[in-house]
Design a protein around this ligand. Sequence first.
Ligand code: ATP
Ligand code: MG
Length: 428
Amino acid sequence: MSETLQAVRGMNDVLPEQTAAWQQLERAAREVFAQYGYREIRLPLLERTELFKRSIGELTDIVEKEMYTFRDRGDDSLTLRPEATAGIVRACISNGLLHNQRQKVWLMGPMFRYERPQKGRYRQFHQIDVEALGFPGPDVDVELILMTARLWRRLGLRGLTLNLNSLGTPAARAEYRVKLLAYLELHRDQLDADSVRRLDGNPLRILDSKNPALAEVIAGAPSITDHLDPESAAHFATLCAQLEAAGVDFVVNPRLVRGLDYYSRTVFEWVTTDLGSQDAVCSGGRYDGLVAQLGGESVPAIGWALGEERIVELMRLQGLATDSGSPDVYLVLAGPAAEAAGIGLAERIRDGAPGLRMETNCGGGSFKSQLKRADRSGARYAVIVGDDEAARQVAAVKALRGAETAQREVSFEQLAVELGRELQGATA
Ligand code: ATP
Ligand code: MG
């Protein structure tokens, strides 16, 4: 196939037969967010490059090598958003949403990272993101985690594990950094090239490495959990106690540091064993310093994001994804009089049975070929109108799925009610 006809590498088409599962996830998320009083925020896909450099951090994978950055015609450097938090903080500051106010918001949409494409890792992917700004926690930390747990329950997802850690304050982290650095320098010869490069700028990121060869060195490293400042330790203890009280299982994982610079205190990640090495499906953390760092007031905040591709894949693997909308009814219109009556009839049925999904045969065709289309559409019923039926204002209703039943005749008048009843009987 010619290259221009292929999607950009790492960017997926989501086809009609796949979208039902996406809608199922997004609907569940919207409903859960509403239950907790979170409101939607919609933002541009493009932001100034500077925003991501200053928030995510210069020495992170994202900023170092994953951003889609370009100059526009006005010579401004812009970047396709690689994540949502920076844009949300920017929007809250520039719209004055944090002046004597707090915000609980969510956002969903595409994110862009120039990564090596593989299963579960794409260059355009989709996140559902939630942020609570203006809350020091740990109560809101608990709330945000309970939202994720509720969402998994709603979807019926199984086998997810919550990893939890605290990174302390930036000052405590700086002290820990010195100790970690001393340890890593001792083991420099066991590090890979990426990690050696990180020794100078961002050694904590080495703990986040996915290279299995580093597992042993990382396991022996001093633990950040042992170096927390007293307030962060108390914050973390309360968080853990409240999660336990709420019945949420978790694992304290001292190696969990997350890849972005702006985190402080609480960080967490939901992982699965079902997706191979792309095991993180949802991750988040507290970023108490970010709003001030970007020029806003000093406002504590916390948020999380889930990867829609990975959750949808998990739903599919666990048999939870609804398959994409076959119609309930296919309307066969065989003959000129039937076609003429068909449009009015179809609209009448839609008025009378608004929950019914009905595909009307378009483009003519013989009775036989229309019935074939009806069958291929996946519809449960064919409603058949020929010229003779049109004259008598009746249609034949034929079951296409399940046990074979006799075809029966229903008047145009009664069709909407009858079909509505069939549909309810079938889903009850
Ligand atoms: P990973 O460790 O897998 O690289 P991450 O720490 O970079 O993930 P975050 O930036 O926290 O991920 O993004 C939140 C979620 O978005 C992840 O838990 C994951 O489910 C999803 N995600 C991140 N990057 C990608 C990608 N390139 N393709 C698909 N999903 C992604
Ligand atoms: Mg990543």
